[in-house]
Every structure is written in C-alpha cells, then in structure tokens.
Design a protein around this ligand. Sequence first.
Ligand SMILES: Nc1nc2c(ncn2[C@@H]2O[C@H](COP(=O)(O)OP(=O)(O)OP(=O)(O)O)[C@@H](O)[C@H]2O)c(=O)[nH]1
Ligand SMILES: [Mg+2]
Length: 465
Amino acid sequence: MTGDTITAIATASGRGGVAVIRVSGPEAFAVAEKIAGTVPAPGRFRFATFRDEERRVGSCSGEAGTPPLRVGPAPSSENPNSQTPQQPNILDAGLVLAFKGPHSYTGEDVVEFQCHGGSVAPRRVLEACLRAGARLARRGEFTERAFLNGRLDYDQAESVLDLIDAKTDRAAAAALEGLSGRKTRALRSLYDSVLTLSSTVEHALDVDEGELPGGFAEGLERELGAIRTAFAQALVRAREGKMLREGALVVLVGAPNAGKSSLLNALLGESRAIVSPIAGTTRDTIEEWLDLGGWPVRLVDTAGLRETDDAIEAEGVRRAEDLIAKADVVVRLVGVEEVEEVSEVEDVSEIVVLSKCDLLSTPRPSSPVPLLLSSKTGEGLEALRRAIVARLEAKAASGADAGAASDRLAAALLEAQALLPADMGDLVLAGNALARAAEVLGRPLGAVYSADLLDALFSRFCVGK
Ligand SMILES: Nc1nc2c(ncn2[C@@H]2O[C@H](COP(=O)(O)OP(=O)(O)OP(=O)(O)O)[C@@H](O)[C@H]2O)c(=O)[nH]1
Ligand SMILES: [Mg+2]
C-alpha cells in the first residue's frame, strides 16, 4: 500500500455518454460514502445520486460568473431529475462500483463512479473526490500502484500502454498477449533451456568422459540447435511487436505528377490530398494512419522528386528523401518511360508501381514487376495492399532490424543470442558462453527496476490509468 488515496477521470475528455472517475487507496470507500451515500459490497455496483455537501457554488474552478445559489438540503429522492438550481450540491447520478483490495486493478481499495460524460459532470465528481480527501493522480499512477502491489509485472504494465495505444486489431492482440504475461513466460522458458544446457555442460566437465552416456555430444548439439531456433522465433515476435507498437512507415515516392496523391487518396478511401495535373502540387509531406492486414501503417505522400529552384519545393524533396531513408517500405510510382530503368533496382523494401495503367494501350506488360495500378479505376490497389503486407511480414521475420532492441526483452534476446556458442565442440568455451547468455536473459526476469526506468514508463500513461 502506498499511503494516500488518489483519484482521476479515467475516460478521455470530450463529449461522450459516460465518464468514469476512479478512486484508489485506503480512503477510497470513505470518499465514496461521502459522495454516494453507501458503498456497494465489493464486486457489486449500485445506482446513486452523487452529492457534494461541501460544495459551494463559485468555490470550484470553471464556475465563475454563475450567480450565487443557495445550498439546499439534500433531497430525499434518488431521482436525479429532481435536481433544481436550489440543490447545487447534487452533482449527477450514476453507478458506483467497489473493489476491495487486493482484488482490484491497483491492488488497493478502488471505487469507480460512472457519471454522465461531457465536460461538466465528470469534473464535478472529480472535484468532490478531491474535497472528500483524495488527491489528483499523476500520469500512470494507477498502473504504477498495480505494479508496486504486484498485480502486474513490468512487461504487463508496458502492455497496458500498448493496448491503449493500439491502432489495429493485430496490435491489440499482441498487447493482450503481453498483458497475459506470455512474453515474459516465453523468455523464462528460453532462460531455463539455456541454463539447463549450461549446467549439463558443467556437470560433464566434472566427470570422466567414460562416465558420460552414449550420444551425449550429439544430444548437446541437438539442444543447442533447438535453443537457436527458439531464439529466432522469439526475435521474430519481438520485431513484430515493435512494428505493431510503433507502426510501419510506408512512403509514396515518384516524379511530379506520377499520381502519388491520387494513390494516397485511393488507399485511404477519401480525398485527403490535393490532386491536380500541375506538376509539383504536393510540396509538404502528408501523413495518415492506415490498417493494412492488421499492421498499423503510417502512410506518407511526398513531394515529387525533381531538381527545382523553388526553395519550398526543394525542402519538400529533401523531406521526401529523408523519409525514403527511414521507410519500412517505399512505393515508387513510375511511368511507362521509366519502367525499364527501375525494374532492375527493385529491392526488398521497394515496390515499383506503374501508375495510371488505365491509360496504357494494349498489350500490357505481363511481368509482375512493375505492379500495374490505376487510382482512377482501382485496378491493382488490392495487389498493392497485399504486396505491402508481404514486405512488412518479411521485414518482421528478417534478422536485420537491430532497432527491435528498443524493447527491453528484445534487447536481452539479441544480446544473449550473440553470446551463444557456435557449437558444443569445446565444452569449456561453450559452457562459459552459455552461462553468460543465461545471465543476460535472466536480467529482465530478475525484476530489479530503477526509479528512472519506472518513471520513464509510467509518465507515458495518461492521467487516470
Ligand atoms: N487516368 C488517370 N489519371 C491519374 C491517375 N492517378 C492520377 N492521375 C492524374 O494525374 C495527375 C497528377 O496526379 P497527382 O495524384 O496529383 O500526382 P502527384 O504524384 O501527387 O503529383 P505531385 O504532387 O505534383 O508530385 C492528376 O491530374 C490526376 O488526376 C490514374 O490512375 N489514372
Ligand atoms: Mg501530390
């Protein structure tokens, strides 16, 4: 238990049907009693009128200018419609839910008020909670308490954030997997196998060679092979997780007038960017999020690539070039005249598209490169979507992305993988290498977190989570 009682509005601000105000800490039930009368039994809820006996009109923020009203006695009816300006201490009516610690999100006593949404009712209930003795929660403080009380481990807390930020179903599914603790369990099982192999080797070094069972050396090699495969699989999942969390960058490039903005609009299904027959229409980059096969994709339309004296357009071209360097996938739009030269330079992260194919006279080129596309008729759009998804999947599965190390578990995986012995020929060397790999893998499982690391995590949350 962390001592004081905290409160915050847990739902996003703005116009909405319902808002949730959370209170957590030793005084949570006392706060709820002051506002809602009686508190429901743990795990139950009840409908109540929310009151603030101490509320004086004009005393709380945002109500300046309201004429002073008499504070009337609490009404006997529970009907919120009985509220009149003479009863300004009635805030709203809604549901109260109670959770007795440790069986709550934070592990402490928790009360949640569900009131009407919008900007007034939630603020009034929040202010009443503050007056009743709670203090305003910091960002992520509810989840931080859940962590401190052992309700969530570090990676689960991180997964809560991923779930809140998820932009596609697939990203949400990955976050849920993290929340269930599966990521940590997978790492632990890898740690166990490395450690087991390392102690088998240690044992073998202690006994005479003659005492070892037949096929012992082969068994060690087999086990090392299995460990390598498990590492590779875990890293693929880690890279996928990174791309699902951060989104993949897909950039549309090509000469002016190639049809980039038209393609952006066609992929989004809305007229987002200006399209015109004038070369150099787009001078800035235009970005939108898109769900492609479950991957959250940051799709960027860029200025047409050309030499130009126009300073603004030149800056646009420079930005386009920057984005190309960072992109996970580049979609390069070309005209018939450019097809010959580009089809040779196609690489794994580039998709060459022959745009405006509706203008082509028959016969058309029959090779799969470039992909024929018309934003006007929609031809080739589905093939392009599939091609992008295929590149992203290949990218997640490939070993090339050291950036995956931004994730703590992935960093440990990469470091430990590099330490694995090439083979089990020299038992002393192999044993040492395995012991070091196990130590690296054990670090994130050891659950010793610095205050800085925790601050860095929980400050990424919103208030109320
Ligand atoms: N027939 C046909 N015309 C297209 C197609 N796509 C784009 N166009 C036309 O080509 C012209 C240029 O299209 P934009 O989408 O503005 O091209 P852009 O690559 O964004 O051009 P800049 O922003 O100037 O670099 C416009 O007149 C479009 O109507 C297509 O698939 N078929
Ligand atoms: Mg454009």
